[in-house]
Design a protein around this ligand. Structure first.
Ligand code: M7G
Length: 325
């Protein structure tokens, strides 16, 4: 395996984690501990991905609950720790033995059986809906649909992107920055994505957030943005090769349409990792986006774009009302 990821957590963060605590944005004092949260219901679970999404709540002093979303995920194996799994004394229960086949159930020590917990607190209704299992439909959005349905809807929404501004202004995750090009027009910040614990490269996931604040999505891009996009592609690849030893030829570099957060960002994931949201109905390779814009500056203001929407999403209802579904 290439040079391993470099965990760079601050001591305070490690202390907080030991206590099951979470820091407020910007690294202020602990806002709550995991044990303060009470599970209300399971929003979704996946036996394949070993992940469960929970609607939880924190009960305040006056007894009222504040919503939270908790994502519990069994972390991938770390290659260098695998031999310990067999060697370390542990309870290995034989379940079945038949000829040359047998299965055991292991109860590994805590350092070999980590669970990553991601918490959104306080969570909005939109966060809860995002993780609720729902029927999904494909929308085919023309440029007119974008202007008449999607854009007014996005503008009427207030899904906070404060976390993005916190990163750009170094108020949060400053110690996690892998690369920055500080140019206000053509620069960006590259950080590990929330989904990646940086312990192994198999599920490598970073995200580039551009400094410019007015670009909402793929739909806003024109040839004017080519220098910015080329910087993200080139410098992002170089920074990841340098820091993590993963070459650009083993990275999937793409934008989502629709994104959840309307501030332009680019996803960098390990090619061998089946990252959520990397399927054809949502991911647009950055290299293709650059070529399309170089051929036609208004490419993304002309063509129809397909994307999935859950049946309960307000935007889906808008498309239904307009007779487009
Ligand atoms: P998206 O395409 O807008 O939406 O991507 P998606 O979440 O539906 O894929 C936003 C990306 O930003 C996702 O990959 C998130 O995991 C990541 N992300 C979200 N938040 C709130 C944070 C954060 O606070 N820090 C970091 N580093 N990444 C985040």
């Amino acid at each position: 395996m290439a040079e391993g990821p470099q965990p760079k957590r601050k001591r305070e963060e490690e202390e907080e984690e030991k206590n099951g605590g979470a820091a407020a944005p910007g690294g202020a004092a602990a806002a709550f501990t995991l044990s303060d949260l009470r599970v209300r219901r399971v929003l979704r679970e996946s036996a394949r991905d070993k992940v469960v999404f929970l609607h939880a709540e924190k009960i305040g002093l006056s007894g009222e609950g504040t919503d939270a979303v908790v994502i519990l995920e069994k972390t991938p194996f770390q290659e260098e720790k695998i031999p310990d799994l067999l060697k370390k004394p542990m309870n290995a229960e034989l379940q079945m033995h038949n000829d040359i086949y047998c299965t055991f159930y292991l109860s590994p020590p805590p350092e070999l059986s980590e669970i990553k917990a991601t918490v959104v607190y306080p969570a909005t209704e939109k966060h809860i809906q995002k993780y609720l299992r729902q029927e999904v439909h494909l929308i085919r959005e023309t440029w007119e649909d974008y202007k008449n349905i999607t854009l007014p809807f996005i503008q009427s929404q207030s899904f906070s992107i404060q976390w993005v501004y916190n990163i750009l202004e170094k108020k949060a995750e400053a110690d996690r920055i892998v690369h920055e090009n500080p140019d206000p027009s053509n620069g960006f910040v590259l950080v590990p994505d929330l989904k990646w614990n940086q312990n192994q490269l198999d599920d490598l996931y970073l995200i580039a957030l551009v400094h410019r604040r007015e670009i909402k999505s793929l739909r806003d891009l024109t040839a004017e943005h080519l220098p910015l996009l080329r910087n993200v592609l080139q410098e992002g690849k170089e920074a990841i090769a340098k820091r993590f030893g993963v070459p650009g030829s083993q990275l999937r570099i793409y934008l989502h349409y629709q994104p959840s957060y309307h501030h332009l960002h680019v996803h960098f994931t390990a090619l061998g990792y089946d990252a959520p949201g990397s399927s054809v109905e949502r991911a647009h390779l950055l290299a293709d986006v650059i070529d399309n814009l170089a051929m036609d500056s208004t490419y993304y203001q002309k063509r129809a774009l397909t994307f999935p929407l859950r049946a309960d999403e307000p935007l889906f209802k808008k498309f239904q009302e307009a007779g487009k579904v």
